[in-house]
Every structure is written in C-alpha cells, then in structure tokens.
Design a protein around this ligand. Sequence first.
Ligand code: IPE
Ligand code: IPE
Ligand code: MG
Length: 242
Amino acid sequence: MTELIKELMPQHVAIIMDGNGRWAKSRGVPRVAGHRAGMEAMKKIVDHSDKLGIKYLTVYAFSTENWKRSMEEVSGIFGLLVAFVKRDLKELIENNVRVEVLGDYSSIPEDARRSLQKTLDDTKADTGLQFNIALNYGARDEIRRSVEDIAAKVKAGQLEPEDVTEELIAEGLWTGKSHSYTPDPELIIRTSGEERLSNFLLWQGAYSEFVFTDVLWPDFTPEEYEKCIAEYQSRDRRFGGR
Ligand code: IPE
Ligand code: IPE
Ligand code: MG
C-alpha cells in the first residue's frame, strides 16, 4: 500500500462518486447495476477511511440535479440506498460510525426516508468516523437556504445586516453548526475523469485540494484512495499566504 504520512492525514475527505453509468455501459449491463457496484465500492471506502483515522467522510450520492434522470434510475438509486443502510446498519454501529445526511431528504421516496431516519437515530451517539451522505444535495440550494434563514432573522429584528458574517452563513449550511457540524474538507476527490464540482460543496471547498482520477467509481479501491491521499499530502497548501 501507499506510504502515507500520519501527521498529514486529512480530517475531512469529500468524494464525488462519479462513473457508475459508464462502468455499467462498458459491461453492457443496466445503469442500476453500476450504481449497485458503486455502493459496494462506497462501503469499502467507509471502512478504509475509519482505518486511516479520517474523522469525516462526505460522499456525493445524489444531487438536486439528478432528479432529471429517468424514474427507473432514480428509484433504483434510492432502492439501493435503502438496501445499503438496512444491510449495513449493524456493521456501521459496531464500527462506531455516525451517519449524517447533507441535503433535504424529506422529499425522497418514503421507504428510503424512513430507513435513513432510523440509521441517523441509531448511530447518533456514535463517536467514530462521521459519514455524511450528500443526498438531494446542491451547494447553491444550501447557500440559498442559509441566506433565507438570515434574511428572516433580519426582518424579525433579531439581527442587523452588519451582523451577517461568513461564520453565520456557514452555520446555516448542511455542514454547519445547526446541522452536521463538519469542518471544511481538506481534500475533494472526483472519479471518472470529469474535472468539475457539479454543485458540490461550493462554499466549503474554497481552499480544498482537488484530486481527479480517471478510475470509474465502482472500480475505486482502498489502494486508489490511498494514492489520492498521497497526492494530497504532496501538495503545498498556502491559503493565500506566501
Ligand atoms: C454517479 O455515477 C452516481 C450518481 C450521479 C447518482 P453516474 O450515474 O453519474 O455515472 P456516469 O457519469 O453516467 O458514468
Ligand atoms: C455529480 O455527478 C453528482 C453525484 C456524483 C451524485 P453527475 O454525474 O450528476 O454530474 P455531471 O452531470 O457529470 O456534472
Ligand atoms: Mg456522472
């Protein structure tokens, strides 16, 4: 395995899990089979993050734009998610993993919503890896929501316009104090050769390092993951300083 520097381990890694469709196409199987293989890859990465001592793992599972896909594919993805949380809930609890959702999941199919809620409740007290599932997530939408909350407080006279700080805007995001309490990711990985954010963590990624790999998500292994982290560890992060 890759030589990693313990002191330089990122606290929070975020992943845009892309390429399930192309993986399926290359095998001549339905897209949903690609998503199923993607879930298996995801499970291994959750386990491996914990082993590496990473504290927060965020995965982009479904975007606010993914509703544009066919009904068949959308319900397939949510079905797999339910299967994942049901099958692996025990193991997540055994591994002390706390699951959080980033995004408004009130509008996802009922059975998926209920299974997720149970997972969140059952893992709430866990103190190990925090596993954030970005679901029905869109960065512009979350910034808009935070601003809406702030505007309501200003209107109610609870806040002055000059009290609107960066910290306050960040508090109202899904990663903020009012939700999942997640620090900004040091590293954002995207698989499948695409090099864009697709509306993921626009605010939180202001100073993240980006690592892009051509590997399609279902083929993404713990070895590949370590290579991405090693690449991150070789970067010189300057944050605007000299
Ligand atoms: C990522 O794989 C999973 C989701 C967006 C839900 P894709 O389904 O986007 O795979 P490609 O990009 O079509 O290969
Ligand atoms: C981003 O991938 C969303 C997820 C991985 C869940 P997409 O495949 O939806 O993004 P685009 O369409 O290539 O930008
Ligand atoms: Mg894609």
